[in-house]
Design a protein around this ligand. Structure first.
Ligand SMILES: Cc1ncc(COP(=O)(O)O)c(C=O)c1O
Length: 356
């Protein structure tokens, strides 16, 4: 039997909620999408929430709403799933990659400030793997520069100053099954700005504003089926995050300095969307993952040095920490239904592979 990297927690509440939507006949952009938006906005303390079809869609719409386009540059951490950097490219702007901190695996205020130049129009700030970025320092370092917070992984995490999702002029969430709560595919933009909220609602819905097609835009709406799932999951968010923290604490105690782990800034709290470990020198990441799989544990790639991907071929950027973490990092199984004996089995498995 394989211990999986991640597993969405879908119970009877979700099944009943989805069945009720199917019976209602109102499948798209109906009352549940609005309820889901209001619930998440209240949870994160934002004025507006705009539900969309994925976290990637949320980033693309955020950049468009902020009128980022050709000639502009946008700062983007180099260690991540490629969505934020791809979204900048899709907007026609240039990605200015920024390296990440060795311990926290997020870009620091200082690195973001240094990377900024006269063409910088916005910064994407990521709470990577649910670990809060240093929000207060970054806000101070970037001043009036619009921040898009990529909180795809960070629902339920907290900065010292408040919930993740509260940092950006626009903050973006993902509800992909690897995330803290899932709607299948899904995402959300959060903002306190009335005009941006109106623009985002218009951009997700074919560019329609009060019944008129005012700009050319696609369809990025969320279904009521997805929102029903999200609302049911939201009831268990605290329980899911609490259990994730318990499992992460077991992993932390087990490794106790033996392996490099992601550090959470003092005063902040991670939701542990992903639990990464950086393999010590002398261990090949792919061999370790293969051996773990043979022994019944699925370990994932931790993340990507985005500037090294084919979609950025020709990039000469050198971002050594992102490259190091991407090359040597693996993600260990972590999901709320995981039992303690499974956590112990993962620890034994990795230890066995590293010490053989
Ligand atoms: C940091 C980050 N941003 C954006 C996304 C994209 O979210 P989605 O898969 O919902 O498009 C992901 C997904 O893994 C992510 O990890």
């Amino acid at each position: 039997m394989l211990i999986h990297l991640a597993k969405p927690w879908i119970g009877e509440d979700e099944q009943r909620a989805v069945a009720a939507v199917l019976e209602s006949g109102q499948l798209v952009q109906g009352p549940l999408v609005e309820r889901f938006e209001q619930s998440v906005a209240a949870l994160v303390g934002r004025t507006h929430a705009i539900a969309v079809s994925s976290g990637t869609a949320a980033l693309q719409l955020a950049l468009r709403a902020l009128q980022v386009g050709p000639g502009d540059e946008v700062l983007c951490p180099a260690l991540s799933w490629p969505s934020p950097a791809h979204a900048i490219r899709v907007a026609g702007a240039k990605v200015r990659f920024v390296d990440v901190d060795q311990d926290e695996w997020n870009s620091t205020a200082e690195a973001l400030r240094e990377a900024r130049n006269g063409n910088t129009r916005a910064a994407i700030v990521i709470d990577q793997f649910g670990n809060p970025a240093r929000a207060e320092q970054i806000r101070e370092a970037l001043g009036a520069l619009p921040i898009i917070e990529d909180a795809a992984c960070a629902l339920g995490s907290r900065f010292a100053s408040g919930p993740c999702g509260s940092l950006g002029k626009i903050s973006c969430l993902s509800f992909h099954p690897r995330k803290i709560l899932t709607t299948g595919e899904g995402g959300m933009c959060l903002t306190d700005d009335d005009d941006l909220a109106e623009k985002l609602r218009m951009l997700r819905n074919h560019g329609q504003l009060r019944g008129e097609f005012v700009v050319a835009a696609g369809n990025f709406r969320m279904t009521d089926i997805a929102a029903a799932l999200g609302l049911a999951q939201l009831q268990r968010l605290d329980e899911m995050v609490a259990r994730r923290r318990e499992i992460a604490a077991l992993y932390r105690d087990a490794w106790g300095g033996e392996i490099d782990l992601q550090r959470t800034p003092d005063g902040s709290e991670s939701n542990y969307q992903t639990f990464g470990v950086v393999l010590p020198q002398g261990h090949d990441r792919d061999t370790v993952r293969e051996k773990m799989r043979e022994r019944g544990v699925e370990a994932g790639l931790l993340s990507f040095a985005i500037h090294k991907l084919g979609s950025f071929a020709g990039s000469e950027a050198s971002l050594p920490i992102a490259e190091h973490l991407a090359a040597r990092g693996i993600a260990l199984p972590l999901y709320p239904q995981m039992r303690n004996n499974e956590v112990e089995a993962v620890v034994r498995c990795l230890r066995g592979v590293l010490h053989e």
